[in-house]
Each structure stands twice: as C-alpha cells, then as structure tokens.
Design a protein around this ligand. Sequence first.
Ligand code: IVH
Length: 699
Amino acid sequence: MHTNQSRIMNTQTSFFDDASKDSSAKADDKIIAQMRALIEVLKRHNHAYYVMDAPTISDGEYDGLRRELMTLEEQHPDLIQPDSPINTVGGEPLPFFTQVAHEVPMLSLGNVFNADDLSGFLRRANERLGVVIDEYEMELKLDGLAVSLKYQYGQFIQAVTRGDGQVGEDITHNVRTIRNLPLTLAGCEQIKRLEIRGEVLMPKAGFEKLNRESTARGEKTFANPRNAAAGSLRQLNAAIAAARPLAFFGYSVNDGLPDGITTQSGAMQWLGQLGFETAPFEIAKSLDEIQAFYAHIIKTRSQLPFEIDGLVIKVNDLGLQARLGFLSREPRWATAYKFPAETVPTRLIDVEWQVGRTGTLTPVGRLEPITVGGVTVSNVTLHNFGEVERLGVMIGDMVNVHRAGDVIPKVSGVIGELRPTDAKPILLPKACPVCQSPISLPEGEALARCTGGLYCAAQQQEALIHFVSRRAMDIDGLGSQWLIKFFEMGLVRTVADIYKLHKQAEHLITLEGMGDKSVTKMLSAIETSKQTTLPRFIFALGIRGVGESTALSLAQQFGDLQPIIDADLQALQAVPDIGEVTAQSIYDFFRASHNIEVVQALIEAGVHWQAMDTPDKSSLPLAGETWVVTGTLGSMGRDEAKDKLIALGAKVAGSVSAKTTRLLAGEKAGSKLEKAQKLGVAVVLEDEFLALLTSYDQA
Ligand code: IVH
C-alpha cells in the first residue's frame, strides 16, 4: 500500500513537475542552443586562429562572443556545456597545487645538433634492432611545457605538469580553460582511460598582445612566450589562465590508443580526428630527407605562429619503438634535433658606458631594434672592455645578436664584410661619464672602473639602492624611484641622509604622488630599519667583494664593527672565504675618511645591532700563529687546508711576511717558499701537516 500510495503521490508530483519542466525545458533548450552556437563559433575561430594562423573575426568580436557565452553560463550554471571553452565552474582559486604521480614517467629527449650526431643516433637504433629502420616521423619541437592529459570515457578529467618526470602538479583547472582543447572526445565513450601528452604554449601573437597590455597597465612583461605559458599554468586562480592565450598541441598517446594504430604518424592523425591540434609532423625515409626538412624549417620558422627550438625525430613504427625502449631517462627511439640558437643581424648604433655600484664601467650597446626568439631587443651588454676587444666590434658595425640561455641577448660576432667606412672604434672613456673622475683599467684586467668612489653620483645612487634593499637594511617603504628622486633633489646624498629625511616631512608631503599616508609609512619604515643586525649592516655598506656570506663571516669572526674597522690585512685574510683582494678592499674601505664619516653618522642617527659572539680562539692549539699555504697539496685543496688551520685557531694570510709563523708548502711551491726561507720562517711539508692534524683530531 505504502508503496502504491507513494507511487501515486509520485505520479502526481511528477505530473506537475513534468508540466513545469515542459515549459522550462523549452526555455532551457533555447539557452542550450544559444550556448552550443556560441561554442561552435568560438571553436571554429580557435582553429582558424591557432592552427591556420588566419583569424576570421577580430579580437574584439571574439571577446564579445566569449563574454556572451560567459554571461549565459553565469545565469544558467546548471546548463554549462561540458566542452565550453570558458571555465566558470569552481571559480575560486585553489589553496595549493596537488602533487600527482605519473603512471608512466614523463622522460626527456636526448639532443643532436648536426647531421653527424643524428646519423650516429640513427645508426645505433638500426644496430640495436638488427634491421634498417625505413621510416621516421619528424615533428616540430614546440617550445612550451609538457603536460599529461587524462580522459575518462571521452571526458577530460585531469591535466598534470611534467614536474620532475615522476611527480607533477595538478593543473586541471587551468588547462580546462585552454581554448583549443577538446573537453569531450567524440567516439571515445567506450575508452575508459586515455592519456595524451603534449605541449602547452603561447602563440607569438598572443604573447605580444599580452605584453603590450601589461606594458600599458604598467605591469611586468614576460621575457618570452615559454615563460608566459609557464607563468599562466602556475596560477592557482583559473581565471588568470583563462585570460591568457594558451594552446595545447598533442604529440603522443600514452594510454588508450586503439589497437589498429601501429605508427606514431597514425596516432597523430587519430589525435587530429579527436579534435586535438597536434605538433605539425612529416614522414622521412632517410637521413637526407630529415636534413632537407630541418633546413626548410630553419628557414621558415620565423613565420610559424609559435616558437619551436628544433625537430623531434621519432621512429615511426610503434612496435620498433617498444623494442628500442629507453636508455636511462631518454628514449632510444626519438631524439631532439635542436636548432642553433637564433641569431639575428642588426646594427650597433652606439655604445654607452654605465657605472655600477662598485664603479665598474659596463659598455651597453644600443641596437637597431630586432626580434630575437620572440622578444624585441634594442640594448645588449658588451660586458666589459675585454669583451669589446675580443669581438673586435666598432660602432656602426652589423653584429649578430642571439639570446644566451634564452633570455639575455648577446653579441656573438661582427659581420666584418658589412663594416661601414665611417665605423668608429669603441673607446674606453678617459673619465667617468657620470662624475668625470679618472678611469682605472689595470694591466691585463677586463674591468674598467671609475675611481670616484662615493663621490660618483652613479655609484652613490647604486649604493643608496643597495643600502635600502631587502637583504640589506630592508627599508621596504622607500622604493628606489623615490630614493633616486630624493637624490636628484639633493635631499639624500649619502646613505646616512636617509635617516635625516624625517626632518623634511613637511616638504615630502607636498611632492607629487606622495601624500600624508605614504610619508608616514616611509618614515616609519626608515625608523624600524634602525634596529638591524651586524651582518646586514656590513652587507648594506656595499664594500666591493663583500656579499652576504662574507658579511656574515666578518660579523662572526669579529663580533662587532669596530674590530673590523681596526683589523689589519692579515686579520681580515684569516676570515674564512676572504682572500687577498677582498681583504684589501675591506681594509681600504675603512681607511677612506668619507666612509668612516658615513658609518659614524649612521650610528649617531640610531642605527644599531647586537654584538655577536665570537669564537674564543685563545685556547685553540694554533692560537696566535699566522700561517701561509702555498703549492699543491696531494690530500686536499688549499682552501680546505686553510679552513682546517683556522679551525685550529691559526690565522691564514695570503703572503709571507715577518709576521708569518709557518709556511705550509705543497708540491711546486715557488716564490713564497723562497721568501719564507729568506726570512727564516718555519716550513711545514704536507706529511708533517697531516701528522699535526691527526694529533689534533682534525684529519
Ligand atoms: S616527444 C620521451 N614531441 O621536448 C619524451 N616532445 O626535450 C617524448 N617537446 O619534455 C617527448 N615538442 O616538452 C615530443 N613534438 C614533440 C615535442 C616534445 C616539444 C618537448 C617536451 C619534452 C621535451 C624533451
């Protein structure tokens, strides 16, 4: 009864339900039809844009259609189509990335750079199989990021980055928004598990547009399309990736390939039928045919809509691939045939000399702007005067520019035949371009320096910026732009003037772009920075050769600033990781009266730190001794010997003098040994040294 009654009840309610559904179903159908139409148009456009590189509608129209679909999805979230290119589902950013282990590791490819290497690779594959491989498949090597995609019964379910090859990160939320990615695969309803691997990249046009927009908004730009793609996939918020012009190109089916498909090219065709873009591919029957395709692509690659960095040569027969297998982390059935780094000729219009924090003069070449590897380059560093001489480059020359390590542009050479008759030599300026102090370029050195020290405005500015930086005094509220402005206005000359800025508060408030609030914030950040640590303070002084770790060593060795100021060269050299040059530079720094004045002013302004504990060395066995190490030791490097001596309480100096207690002499000891003998300094040979270490448990 109960059952029946409830059935009647149910029938009744369902009757009403059906009736109301009937009218709303019609409305839904209409919405769905609208959504489907928009999705199809967007899909067609994606294909035209990404694959054919021939957009059929303008970006504005495209965005309009996307927005229309997005609005419909917002109003009817229950009707969102599974293959919608818009990701409005789960719009909340993820708290973190989930790690996912790859069922089959994602390995990398070996490299070849020329026909000889390639021929060696092919020969080894033939020999191993004992047959002549008669078909290779060549694919463009896309310059993006490898991802693995999983589909279940034809529905996209997961995307994972390559990671370390064993474990990657789940980026499903971002990949779902990629416009050319099919989210439903027609005809795959029966395939339980399908894994497809491929590359996510940003086409050149989209990359340039993205950077233009970022520039217009005053935001940071990406160095190249690959970084832009990587940055987009590394977002926890899918909305950011969705707004980026990413594309997916498949290049392998790792699980779920139908039985009848026995070649890589067949797998690629199948991917195409499923609606994937694939890495463009061709078949070759011989090394000559590979060479011809390679040469053709090198010539035409700049016209491709995306960046590539080579070809991938794969054995086409999947059965042979399986027999060849892997050698450690690389397949024996495929290799990357890399392109030489793209070099582009352009004219060197001029050279300007920039002065760095420690006075180094860097020649910066101004170029007629060119695009190298997808990035516009108009300046190039020539590093130092030695490099200018090595290249033999002159102003007016045509030079070849490439991007080293894919980011920093470099001049690889001069096109001598194209040198104009009015080419001008690049001369080291006689005086600093900023402060007119003399330039020094010691014999045989590549680095020229302005001798102006903190008298030089360029060095002053750089010193100020260094002083406030995060790892130094960490004055967060005082950005470098304001600092330079204050410098130019004459409000701040030396770092000590930063602590006098509070006296100018009234004046600062009146500056454009600066208000009550920002002045308060800035002054309080300056105030807070007064309490610092000794290593930070030493680092902040910007002494040449004293980076963070040296600053820490100095602080640990001497405990406070005054002993460092007072230290002689030998004491400085006895600090672990300080050599002759740095010891001299620290010594000179504290002998210059203007530096001492600045340090005093800082302390008077209230900058303070806690003294540090110094190791008590007086009870150590070699306390009070000064050693010098020379020659080649068989059992350890000189630095190691130096550390062991320091651990035993000795000072280690770089040169022999009357103060030297003992000289540790290895093989081929030269002038230091002679000098020690002349001065009557005790000479210790390696065997005795080792015996000494053993006796003190230091071996
Ligand atoms: S096949 C066993 N094909 O190159 C590895 N890789 O250097 C099989 N890549 O991590 C990879 N285009 O990110 C293959 N057409 C292509 C490729 C390609 C780009 C990348 C991929 C891989 C890297 C290896």
